[in-house]
Design a protein around this ligand. Structure first.
Ligand SMILES: [Zn+2]
Ligand SMILES: [Zn+2]
Length: 159
């Protein structure tokens, strides 16, 4: 079991564990950056995810955690959305500063890495809490951002 060597689909070279220092994708209201992303790479630089389930795991994990770990308001209204702080006040229409939220991640058997989510913050005038406009909207942007990360990392399309 120990010497299960994987070979590159492009050139047949041996795939070795490696890390990508920094890869970034997406645009406001969500820029996703991965730091120290574990992957497999051949001598010619062709890269694949560390496991065939990795990208789907990443998408699911980030969607779940972006929705819970980034403070976010609640969107209401079908056609014209308004955003409400947990205190009940409506958020201002204009964002204040941008905030970065760091999530520590680890896929089983691979070194841990970090994800950063950069998003505009809206400051509640009533209670002063800074938050993303909508946690659900943020989570909804994760699949697209992960797809773009996949391409930025040079991974093949699968999953
Ligand atoms: Zn290769
Ligand atoms: Zn508030």
């Amino acid at each position: 079991m120990a010497d299960k060597v994987r070979h590159c689909a492009h050139c047949g070279g041996v795939l070795e564990p490696a890390t990508l220092e920094r890869v970034s994708a997406g645009e406001p209201p969500m820029v996703l950056t991965l730091l120290g992303l574990p992957l497999l790479r051949c001598a010619k630089g062709h890269a694949v995810p560390v496991h065939r389930d990795f990208m789907v795991w990443l998408m699911r994990t980030l969607r779940e955690r972006a929705g819970t770990e980034v403070p976010g308001a609640e969107a209401k209204g079908m056609l014209f959305k308004k955003y409400y702080c947990a205190c009940g006040a409506q958020l201002p229409g204009q964002a204040g500063r941008e905030g970065t939220f760091t999530l520590e991640l680890a896929f089983e058997g691979a070194p841990p890495f970090r994800a950063e989510i950069l998003t505009p913050l809206y400051k509640c005038a009533a209670c002063g809490k800074e938050q993303a406009r909508s946690a659900a909207e943020l989570a909804g942007r994760v699949p697209e951002a992960v797809k773009n990360i996949n391409d930025a990392a040079g991974f093949p399309h699968s999953g």
